[in-house]
Design a protein around this ligand. Structure first.
Ligand code: SF4
Length: 180
């Protein structure tokens, strides 16, 4: 069996799902035997290559995320929503209950800060926030969902190892693996 290509992506999330992925500890060696991690937040590659599996943490919050997820979908045979932010927007989507302008002004102008100017950052290179935050499956087709905030390391490892061994994961099994 040839080695697969694996990518992990950090969109609108807190990186806690990636921390849980790291919690698979030494089992990362089993993953490394079956797959090359060709893209992740600490792999300095500018392009997103074609991959067998993409694990995506976080929701779609901006024009940049939207462009990224459309490209990731094209490049990935299997796309997995990793965690509740990717699946249902969760913490990232709390701003959906408010007007975006109010959220930005409260964050940059109204909040206590050591930035005396209290100005909303405005630069062409900054991403533009969407009015609303979207879960991945509202934008692209998603093949598997690993719920949790964050999902347990055991559930992440189970799903990954099944897919890397060309088996279909039984997500009812993954659901039983609570964060411990
Ligand atoms: Fe962070 Fe939880 Fe969202 Fe994962 S699901 S990115 S741990 S807030």
């Amino acid at each position: 069996m040839s080695k697969k290509k694996l990518a992990t992506v950090w969109l609108g999330g807190c990186s806690g799902c990636h921390m849980s992925l790291l919690d698979i500890d030494e089992r990362i060696l089993e993953v490394a035997q079956l797959a090359d991690i060709v893209k992740c937040p600490i792999v300095d590659g500018k392009e997103f290559p074609e991959v067998d599996i993409a694990l995506v943490e976080g929701a779609i919050t901006s024009d940049e995320h939207l462009k990224e997820i459309l490209h990731i979908r094209k490049q990935s045979k299997i796309l997995i929503s990793l965690g509740d932010c990717a699946i249902m927007t969760n913490v990232t989507g709390m701003r959906n209950y408010f007007n975006l302008k109010d959220v930005i002004e409260t964050s940059y102008v109204g909040s206590v800060s050591n930035d005396d100017a209290g100005e909303v950052p405005n630069h062409w290179a900054l991403l533009k926030l969407n009015d609303k935050v979207y879960p991945l499956q509202e934008i692209v087709e998603v093949d598997y969902f690993i719920p949790g905030c964050p999902p347990s390391a055991d559930a992440i490892f189970y799903v990954l190892s099944e897919l890397l061994n060309d088996r279909i994961p039984d997500l009812s099994e993954a659901k039983k693996m609570k964060h411990g």
